[in-house]
Design a protein around this ligand. Structure first.
Ligand SMILES: C[S@@+](CC[C@H](N)C(=O)[O-])C[C@H]1O[C@@H](n2cnc3c(N)ncnc32)[C@H](O)[C@@H]1O
Length: 261
């Protein structure tokens, strides 16, 4: 296992290099390292703005995870949610969006991301796919913003975005700002493991052979993610009683439903 095999200086007992941690992480990590205590959320940078990081993310093979996400979306979405304009918050370089556009011929889609590099990559993929040019628009914008296109949207979605937000209410407030009572909401994300060691083990099992930058980002994302109960509390705080959060599999959660206006 990764955490047993790495002995170099600067590598923690979980096997995770110490310099992977961001911001407050180092102090929490030092406190929790010897005990294996249940970890609190550890923030990671919001915007994936680094060129190499964005390129590595874009080049990664997300086919299994994203095809599964399309399946779950198709199972949960009512017919009106797959016929019209979809908004994807924190769209990254658009891999999931392209899969949705391929699978669902009656949607068009706007993807928003705060990373210039991610949006550049998404736009260059669209340029190579004439069949998507009329149906996909990608916009660089930091969220929250008062300037996001107003829709109306049949669906507002996000995947692996919530855990990046330092203030998670930003997602729910943006949904409230842009959804009508007919807009289907679909949010999927990672769930935070109980301990740092568990996070390191999941990272090693699922991404052990990926480039270092992807392993680091995946580990940091697991540590930054929320538990289902925390997402339920966020939804209550936002007054979005029509949304339901539940576990999707061992490491993911999903939120779906409608905004009751
Ligand atoms: C892990 S990626 C997920 C990308 C895509 N949704 C996917 O599933 O592959 C998270 C994305 O959210 C973006 N992001 C994070 N915080 C943001 C914010 N406040 N405003 C806009 N984009 C943000 C990052 O730049 C990054 O591209």
């Amino acid at each position: 296992m990764f955490h047993l095999s790495m002995k170099a200086q600067g590598v923690s007992s979980t096997g995770v290099p110490n310099d992977w941690f961001y911001g407050i992480a180092t102090s929490q990590y030092t406190l929790l390292k010897p005990t294996g205590m249940k970890m609190q959320r550890i923030l990671e940078p919001e915007i994936m703005e680094d060129v190499e990081q964005a390129k590595a993310y874009d080049a990664a093979d997300f086919s299994r995870a994203h095809d599964r996400r399309v399946e779950v979306f198709s199972e949960l979405a009512p017919p009106q949610a797959i016929n019209g304009l979809v908004l994807d918050l924190g769209c990254g370089s658009g891999d999931l969006d392209f899969r949705l556009l391929s699978e669902l011929p009656s949607i068009s889609l706007i993807g928003i991301d705060g990373s210039r590099e991610m949006i550049k990559l998404a736009m260059s993929s669209v340029a190579q796919r004439p069949d998507f040019q009329e149906r996909a628009t990608f916009i660089e914008s930091y969220i929250p913003s008062e300037k996001l296109p107003r829709g109306p949207y049949v669906t507002i979605m996000s995947n692996s975005f919530l855990h990046h937000l330092h203030n998670p209410q930003v997602l729910w407030d943006t949904i409230k700002q842009l959804a009508t009572s007919d807009t289907f909401i679909f949010v999927s994300d990672l769930r935070r493991p109980e301990t740092l060691v568990e996070a390191a083990t999941i990272m090693e099992n699922l991404a052990g052979s990926e480039p270092e930058v992807l392993k680091r980002d995946f580990f940091n994302s697991l540590c930054a993610a929320f538990e289902v109960s925390e997402v339920e509390a966020q939804i209550r705080t936002a007054g979005l009683a029509g949304l339901e959060a539940r576990p999707l599999d061992d490491i993911h959660l999903v939120v779906s439903g409608f905004v009751r206006c």
